[in-house]
Design a binder for this molecule. Structure first.
Ligand code: HEM
Ligand code: HEM
Length: 152
């Protein structure tokens, strides 16, 4: 690849990251709603907008799928862009941060599919997503640092 600059690619990365964080936020909110309606014995937890549990679950699934796709897109962009520019990978801690985020998102999505059937799946799902918050912060920060060298 002989492109004048990769800045357009890193712009896509920054936008995708923004959307991923928005998806994460909606997942945290809808996940919390599901947890509350599942554990509210006695005083029932009223879901907003008159929604039923299945509608919240569908929205959670939709956002989850979007977040997984966006993170895989970011991995793809990062690898293609770095290989195109340097011809090799591993130029900063951003690589480790990126791989950790991808691993956590995959574990979260796989554990989610096991939630009704297996007892360990729910704590694993919620636990990986809490760690994912920190990993997201790290990948955003390190991405913001490395993108500086491409700026004019
Ligand atoms: C990777 C994408 C994700 C997928 C595919 C996904 C999917 C699911 C599924 C299928 C359930 C079980 C719903 C049920 O039948 O009760 C669930 C529950 C839950 N998820 Fe997610 N989720 C994702 C990401 C997240 C994130 C990022 C968070 C938090 C920031 C989160 C928080 C929760 C919570 C709190 C529950 C409820 C657990 C409970 O009832 O105790 N999820 N998720
Ligand atoms: C989930 C989010 C992300 C993942 C999984 C990810 C993944 C990666 C990976 C694997 C690389 C190759 C790193 C290397 O071999 O050294 C990379 C490079 C890069 N990424 Fe990301 N990235 C993410 C978010 C971001 C964000 C938010 C930005 C900021 C705009 C960004 C900007 C960059 C840049 C500029 C490089 C080139 C690295 C360099 O020149 O040293 N990335 N990314």
């Amino acid at each position: 690849m002989n492109l004048p600059s990769f800045i357009w690619l890193w712009k896509i990365a920054a936008w995708s990251m923004g959307l991923s964080l928005l998806a994460y936020l909606l997942l945290a909110v809808t996940g919390f709603w599901m947890l509350r309606s599942r554990t509210s014995n006695g005083t029932p937890f009223i879901l907003p907008f008159g929604w039923g549990t299945s509608q919240v679950r569908s929205l959670h699934y939709l956002m989850g799928g979007s977040m997984v796709s966006l993170v895989l897109l970011l991995l793809f962009i990062g690898i293609i862009g770095t290989l195109g520019h340097f011809g090799s990978l591993g130029h900063s801690s951003h690589l480790v941060a990126g791989l950790i985020v991808v691993a956590l998102v995959v574990v979260s999505a796989i554990s989610a599919t096991q939630i009704p059937a297996r007892r360990w799946a729910r704590p694993l799902h919620v636990g990986t997503n809490i760690i994912l918050f920190i990993a997201f912060a790290w990948v955003s920060f390190s991405g913001w640092i490395v993108v500086q060298k491409y700026l004019p």
